[in-house]
Design a protein. Structure first.
Length: 155
């Protein structure tokens, strides 16, 4: 198994596990497939395969996490989560500035016990999202977006 897992402290309470997923290792892909089957036992073989392939969408896959252990510092959890979001945005901007595509993904598998075990997450470490970075080979069609007025207000 060719897993490289390293912890980097980016901001107070923010940890990003860097995992370069080797094509010959499909532990993460199997976890995605198993999570789909657990949620939807009637999932088709195509759907299960699509779930498995999520682990291989880009050559670099990051799991962004936040460490909410307040015994380490006096930083409120909300500030740690906001700092993590800012760090994630900077990673996306950096990838774009270097000419790469990037995107965020999450899902129910992200919060599973198996995911915690796979990435060696401690009790107070919470996964936030996956960040995929690579060269864009195809563009997704634009989605219809809701009118901003339907979920915002001015007071």
């Amino acid at each position: 198994m060719a897993w490289i897992i390293t912890k980097y402290l980016l901001t107070a309470g923010m940890v990003v596990f860097i995992s370069e997923v080797a094509k010959r290792s499909d532990r993460l892909g199997d976890l995605f497939a198993d999570a789909l089957i657990a949620r939807d036992p009637g999932a088709t073989l195509t759907q299960v395969d699509e779930a498995r392939q999520k682990a291989f969408r880009g050559p670099l896959l990051l799991l962004a996490t936040v460490n909410l252990n307040s015994e380490l510092d006096n930083i409120p959890e909300q500030e740690k989560i906001i700092s993590a979001g800012c760090a994630i945005q900077n990673v996306l901007l950096m990838a774009n500035a270097l000419g790469f595509g990037s995107g965020l993904s999450s899902g129910k598998a992200l919060y599973s016990q198996k995911m915690r075990e796979l990435f060696l997450l401690k009790e107070k470490e919470q996964p936030l999202c996956f960040i995929t970075i690579g060269t864009i080979s195809t563009h997704k069609p634009n989605k219809d977006r809701p009118d901003a007025n339907s979920y915002t207000s001015i007071f």
